[in-house]
Design a protein around this ligand. Sequence first.
Ligand SMILES: Cc1cc2nc3c(=O)[nH]c(=O)nc-3n(C[C@H](O)[C@H](O)[C@H](O)COP(=O)(O)OP(=O)(O)OC[C@H]3O[C@@H](n4cnc5c(N)ncnc54)[C@H](O)[C@@H]3O)c2cc1C
Length: 431
Amino acid sequence: MIGPGDPDYEQARRVWNAIADRRPALIVRPSSVDDVIAAIRFAREQQLVVAVRGGGHSVAGFSTCDGGMVLDMSRMREVTVDPVRRTARAQGGAHLSQLDKAAQAHGLVCPVGVIGHTGVAGLTLGGGMGRLQRKHGLTVDNLLAVDLVTAEGEKIRASEEENPDLFWGLRGAGANFGVATSFEFRLHPLEGTVFVGMVAFPIDRSLEIALRVREFVGTHDDVHVAVYFTRSEELGGQPIFAVGAMHTGSADIAGRDLRVFRESSPLLDTFASRRYLDVQVMNDEASGWGKRFYTKAGFFPELTDELVDRCAGLVDTIPPGAELSLWAHGGAVGRVSDDAMAYTGRTAAFNIGAELAWEDPADDEARIAWGRAAIGALKAFMGTGTYVNDVVEADTNGAQIYGKAKYERLVRLKRQYDPDNFFRLNQNIKP
Ligand SMILES: Cc1cc2nc3c(=O)[nH]c(=O)nc-3n(C[C@H](O)[C@H](O)[C@H](O)COP(=O)(O)OP(=O)(O)OC[C@H]3O[C@@H](n4cnc5c(N)ncnc54)[C@H](O)[C@@H]3O)c2cc1C
């Protein structure tokens, strides 16, 4: 336990987003499920609000609080792999890089996000998008079971067989129902090397290249594709339209498939064969702790010309350190029914995030205002749902994230498992 008088307190209270600068009364670091239970029971007795922390990446700052208890899972990071059953078990404080390393030691992989120091817990409980989503699905699509400590301090397991209703809700609204002490995942074979990179074009070629992106996404449904509208530092601040991809086929096949972009006279081309484990941490430093960050997201049913044009226009005013990033859904993501779990947005063609990073607190207002206005200008193109892990605004309601019917089902679950709303530092389902 660490309190405000302790020498470690200033370090221990930090979370990834520097905007979330809060002062909890107590930081507890359990090292076992029994410790988690003791902490939950203590917090209930003392009527302390509890912020559960996995990797600390919540952009909204949900894994810290003023005056309450932070339940910091960082001492529970073990990952074990069963190579015969092709499963992994990760404790509730593990980072993605630990799961990646443990699985790749056996030539296996679980589809997770793109930054190694993100927490397995928060990412999975919200959905889990990443470079393998079109090939193997979202992280939640590969989740087999969760061990949880409830608001009453009881152990409970959720899977398709045990408490299937809770399992449905955990996969997309999971931070609402308890402390996940471990997760079990299905793994897939992956040779250690992938073909990955990005090509950048002048922004006035956006429409021409977007047409190829649409064709490519439709014909290569297991290749990760993302497009970016931003200004390139490497190109002296020039507005660009970039196409990123990760292909798990051999370098020959990947090179042939991606020729359509690479042979279109890009300004930059970073494609190369790289070790998957290196790819998974290649942006870790650039996305390190301590910056200020804002994001706002939405799902697009289609990547229309009008939408591309609108995004390109937004780059005229884009602040430094910001981008509009659109990741292709489809493939394995689209093959799961949208009703299968709480996660909503599978039928979308692309998920957009307006992402802004900066350092000076004096820039907070202008940066956040730009992000809000950018997504506001694209609202007309958006479909149902919002990716819960990208929801920062306190006034976003559950129906906007999950759609009305799913939200109502989640409210019923919340009433059953956490009627007092003990777990409320999350995109909250109010009981
Ligand atoms: C740099 C960066 C990169 C990202 N990249 C991706 C990406 O590639 N793909 C993607 O899908 N998302 C991505 N995200 C979003 C990310 O998935 C969410 O921010 C996620 O909530 C982070 O999980 P965490 O455990 O690190 O965060 P935390 O801040 O620790 O927690 C996030 C939420 O989950 C709850 N929680 C944490 N641990 C537990 C637990 N053990 N049991 C119950 N509840 C818990 C918290 O209470 C909080 O509400 C990224 C975010 C950042 C900042």
